[in-house]
Design a protein around this ligand. Structure first.
Ligand SMILES: Nc1ncnc2c1ncn2[C@@H]1O[C@H](COP(=O)(O)OP(=O)(O)O)[C@@H](O)[C@H]1O
Ligand SMILES: [Mg+2]
Length: 284
């Protein structure tokens, strides 16, 4: 399976939200990483057919998705960024409703819904109304509906928004499990959401791809440029002039500063770059 974006451009009036975006996706998890306004949701909404591209096209195994029409839409599962949930529905009712909107047969829905509820760990909550769900439970309910019909392209827009760290980890593991044999696109501005589970990361800024590749390849580009310096708090402003500060931790005597710069500052120890460094390098 091969999903290809070819020279996709989206303009809102005279504003360009996505510019000449080209990329090919194969099964695996992809992290669309970028700050707010980068164009992540725009890209996903074009893919799902909720928005029309100004130029360019999307092809599935070489066929334009517009030509495939409903046959394409059947193959995608979408978790939108906005939580458009039905507060009066119970979880089970919601999933049955979504299954009927997606055109699943009764038999299919009956098979899949209990399994999905189990998968997102909401078995005890299936008769509860969505209005009373916590943020994390709502996100999990939305992931479950996206997986109805066993779509082979899963599109998740900010799946961990508003969640606490424990819930983030749970959602991340759930996505990693669901990724087998599927194309999974995850939009996020949170590096840790995709750092460990993504096959490839696309760094998006103002509608264009700044860089892309596997996490090790992206990190390797910063090799010999990330340092750890132990110093006194008074030295921080002088140090900040030499590079980009990634992180500061308080030590027993003074502070430990993680810094990105081309040449090592005095008394620096070289560190192995990680994706947080890559993010800072590109976006801060
Ligand atoms: N309907 C719209 N009309 C005008 N501008 C829009 C519209 N939707 C999004 N934008 C703009 O397009 C840019 C990309 O938005 P979006 O795709 O939502 O980014 P992201 O999801 O990465 O935060 C932003 O600058 C946003 O303000
Ligand atoms: Mg968005």
């Amino acid at each position: 399976m091969k999903l290809t974006f070819a020279h996709l451009t989206k303009q809102y009036g005279s504003f360009t939200a996505l510019e000449d975006f080209s990329y090919t996706f194969t099964p695996g998890v992809y992290g669309l990483l970028g700050p707010n306004g980068a164009g992540k949701s725009t890209l996903m909404n074009i893919l799902t057919g909720n928005l029309q591209a100004t130029a360019g096209r999307i092809l599935l195994d070489g066929t334009p998705v517009q030509e495939l029409g409903a046959a394409f839409r059947k193959r995608i599962g979408f978790m939108p960024q906005q939580q458009g949930l039905y507060p009066e529905f119970t979880l089970e009712h919601f999933l049955w409703y979504m299954a009927s909107l997606k055109g699943l047969s009764k038999k299919q829905a009956k098979e899949e819904i209990p399994h999905l509820i189990q998968l997102v760990n909401l078995n005890g909550q299936k008769h509860k109304r969505l209005g009373g769900f916590s943020g994390g439970m709502k996100q999990r309910a939305l992931i479950a509906q996206a997986m109805l019909g066993k779509p082979d392209i899963l599109i998740l827009d900010e799946p961990t928004a508003g969640l606490d760290p424990k819930e983030r980890i749970r959602i991340r593991n759930l996505i990693a499990e669901a990724a087998f044999d599927r194309i999974v696109l995850i939009a996020t501005h949170v590096v840790t959401d995709v750092a460990y589970i993504a096959k490839e990361i696309l760094l998006l800024k103002q509608g264009t791809i700044l860089d892309s590749g596997t996490p090790p390849i992206l990190c390797k580009k910063l090799e010999g440029k990330v340092f750890l310096v132990n110093c006194a708090e008074e030295d921080l402003s002088a140090l900040a002039e030499q590079g980009k500060i990634c992180n500061i931790t308080r030590e027993e005597n003074g502070i430990s500063v993680r810094i990105l710069c081309d040449a090592p500052p005095p008394n620096a120890v070289t560190c192995k770059p990680d994706l947080e460094d890559v993010y800072l390098r590109n976006f801060e």
